[in-house]
Design a binder for this molecule. Structure first.
Ligand code: URA
Ligand code: SF4
Length: 195
């Protein structure tokens, strides 16, 4: 496995990567961002139009939704590391292909290894499929799964809430329910503990 000495080194490699065909149609790659000591990491699917333009993850409509959801979990955007399974935008936002996911995987793996987060929030079915192959999002959303010394929590993708209002309610409840686990991972007592 390729290793890099830092998150910045991974980002630099991603920005000049040509390991799959998505590099041909991207404006720029989106490596992901967040503090190097983040305890919580979020993994989305792929950059969209605005992410491809700015080089930053979740800056479009789904990003606004995500910020509100993070608040329910007791998190601020500046505290978490956010990235995607594939770092370059698929044309017309089509689903990422298995070969693209495989080509991009070493970057995600290296980011996880370097950060060593206590909690991984998996946004959507592609992120779920990478960690729990065959698991269905309808069954696993909001359920924490222990993986060694890490917790994984699958969630519906925030973009799904934009066109399926019923899922917005589910997402809000799932993010609120994960707040105690977030507090545990951050090493702070949950805000509700005194009530
Ligand atoms: N959707 C994603 O999965 N990732 C982004 O960065 C933006 C939208
Ligand atoms: Fe490289 Fe990943 Fe972009 Fe493909 S999607 S070109 S593997 S950074």
């Amino acid at each position: 496995m390729t290793t890099w000495p830092s998150l910045d080194a991974i980002a630099a490699a991603v920005r000049s990567c040509r390991a799959c065909d998505l590099h041909r149609t991207r404006t720029q790659a989106v490596p992901g961002e967040g503090p190097a000591d983040a305890r919580v990491m979020l993994i989305g699917e792929a950059p969209g139009y605005h992410e491809d333009r700015t080089g930053r993850p979740f800056v479009g409509a789904a990003g606004k939704t995500l910020d509100a959801l993070l608040a329910r979990a007791g998190l601020r955007r500046e505290q978490v590391f956010i990235t995607n399974i594939v770092k370059c935008r698929p044309p017309k936002n089509r689903d990422p292909r298995p070969a693209e996911i495989a080509a991009c995987r070493p970057y995600l793996q290296a980011q996880i290894t370097l950060l060593d987060p206590g909690l991984l929030i998996l946004l959507g079915r592609f992120a779920l499929g990478l960690f729990l192959p065959g698991a269905r999002i309808g069954e696993w959303h909001g359920k924490p799964v222990r993986r060694g010394r890490r917790w994984l929590v699958p969630m519906y993708h925030p973009a799904a809430a934009l066109y399926r209002p019923a899922l917005k309610t589910v997402l809000e409840a799932d993010f609120a329910a994960v707040a105690p686990l977030v507090a545990q991972v951050l090493g702070t007592p949950p805000a509700t503990a005194a009530r």
